[in-house]
Design a binder for this molecule. Structure first.
Ligand code: AMP
Length: 460
């Protein structure tokens, strides 16, 4: 980054970094996301001083598993050092927006702490408290400034108002995270968005060698030393493998062709052998002899708010389980579709339902439909439920019941735009504005999950 942005060694980075609870596999191995492993390792804890990697967040806050205490302390330190902050970031765009939402909800208490120099008693982690004794001093002027900026309704450009020296935001906004670009622009007044890396818990893939390019120009150069990379040719129109062989024919990293799409397959030092990560990439160019890829999408993912990735079969299972609650009311789900609603932070899943109520006198109550929301959530995968329960990075699932005949109207609309009647399939996820308007104009009732779904740290 220092090649593209001058003087990054003259200040600090406000990065919102978190660890997640660990789980155990049935065989007794610890399972955790890659960053949790990294932050807990000596490599992170005992890292040598590097002027380019000075963070405002104390390690004690990053390493605290309680997400409220961790976020609170990281935000407090970011505010205390606001003039030193030269860049701000989180891994994914959703994480940075969650931090802004946190500030909206907690600025009063944060500025109280700054005014008095006394840490909020809700922060009980002893190592954080000890560390904050060194950092927190009463500063009335700063507390007044924060109150002035946060108490109004206007949060436009809040990032540059509070952290005026921020040069760019360091967050991933490619793939599913592209949905957050307009909101980030609103809060930052259009600061550059740097997408620096493409990585996963299974394997590190590559870097963006032009990190200050616009999000739609981002390409990642795969680093051939990170694992052994192979590719399954992919048909972008029909969204299937192009290889008819079983197992599919694999293309080596050196042999991929510009303009073509591939599914990435990795063999890693940790022991994964020809593992299909599930990402579809398109070759955009070469850097010397190394191909560069645009991230196209995650295979089969319908819905994603944060680290969660829900595919069609998982959603279907959720709908099936929730529908069982309707049986005793002689009611069934005729059609459904879904939408990742990120207008508010945290975002949440919305499921549109058209119901067939056979006996109106027996129709399911609000309470039953609220329970259906929870039944869907309880059927979704462990990452979704962990985001809901421990991270609060996803809000309660919502069911919007629409009038009878709405999905037929949806089909009429698709056909009017050229879809084939024979081959029309109800889209299981929607985001196109006219379709959303149609669905929302036919609402009968709206329901939310009344509680958090079930999740335990033992789950893998
Ligand atoms: P995880 O397994 O939770 O570490 O998530 C890894 C997945 O997140 C990858 O396989 C991608 O689907 C997605 N991902 C990671 N980095 C990027 C990126 N730079 N752009 C788009 N998606 C990404």
């Amino acid at each position: 980054m220092s090649r593209y942005v001058p003087d990054l060694d003259k200040g600090k980075g406000l990065y919102f970094l978190f660890i997640k609870a660990e789980a155990r596999t049935p065989g007794g191995l610890v399972a955790r996301p890659v960053l949790t492993g990294y932050y807990k390792s000596d490599k992170f804890k005992n890292r040598p001083y590097d002027p380019y990697l000075v963070y405002t967040s104390p390690d004690e806050a990053v390493l605290c598993a309680d997400s409220f205490q961790s976020m609170y302390t990281q935000m407090l330190c970011g505010l205390l050092m606001r003039e030193e902050v030269l860049r701000m970031g989180a891994v994914f765009a959703s994480g940075l927006l969650r931090a802004i939402r946190f500030l909206q909800l907690n600025w009063k208490q944060l500025s109280e702490d700054i005014k008095t120099g006394v840490l909020n008693p809700k922060i009980t982690d002893p190592s954080i408290r000890t560390r904050m004794e060194e950092i927190l001093r009463p500063n009335r002027e700063l507390a007044d400034f924060i109150t002035e900026e946060c108490e109004g309704e206007n949060w436009e450009r809040i990032i540059t108002r509070i952290w005026p020296n921020t040069k760019y935001l360091d967050v991933i906004v490619t793939g599913a995270m592209a949905q957050y670009i307009p909101t980030l622009d609103y809060y930052s007044g259009g600061l550059p968005l740097a997408c620096t890396m493409y990585a996963s818990s299974e394997c590190y893939f590559g870097l963006n060698l032009k990190p200050m390019c616009t999000p739609n120009e981002v390409s990642y150069t795969i680093m051939p030393n990170m694992g052994y990379f192979e590719f399954i040719p992919h048909d972008p129109i029909n969204r299937v493998n192009l290889s008819r062989d079983s197992p599919p024919r694999l293309v080596d990293l050196a042999d991929v062709e510009v303009g073509k799409e591939y599914e990435i397959v990795v063999t890693t030092y940790a022991g994964l052998c020809r593992y299909r990560v599930g990402d579809i990439l398109k070759v955009s160019s070469f850097y010397n002899n190394a191909p560069q890829f645009k991230f196209i999408r995650r295979k089969n993912v319908l819905l994603s708010i944060d680290a969660d990735k829900t595919d069609e079969s998982e959603l279907q299972k959720g709908i099936d389980n929730a529908s069982e609650l309707l049986l005793e009311f002689d009611t069934s789900v005729v059609e459904y579709t879904s939408y990742a609603d990120t207008k508010n932070i945290p975002g949440h899943y919305v499921i549109y339902w058209e119901l067939l109520v056979k006996d109106q006198a027996k129709s399911p109550s609000d309470e039953v439909l609220n329970k259906c929301c929870l039944a869907i959530e309880d059927s979704l995968n462990t990452v979704y439920r962990q985001c809901r329960v421990t991270d609060n990075s996803i809000g309660p699932l919502e069911i919007r019941v629409v009038k009878n005949g709405t999905f037929e109207e949806l089909m009429d609309y698709a056909i009017s735009r050229g879809a084939s009647i024979n081959q029309y399939k109800v889209p299981r996820c929607v985001s196109f504005a006219p379709i959303m308007e149609l669905l929302d104009s036919r609402l009968v009732s709206v329901h939310f999950s009344p509680a958090a779904p079930h999740w335990t740290p033992q789950e893998v």
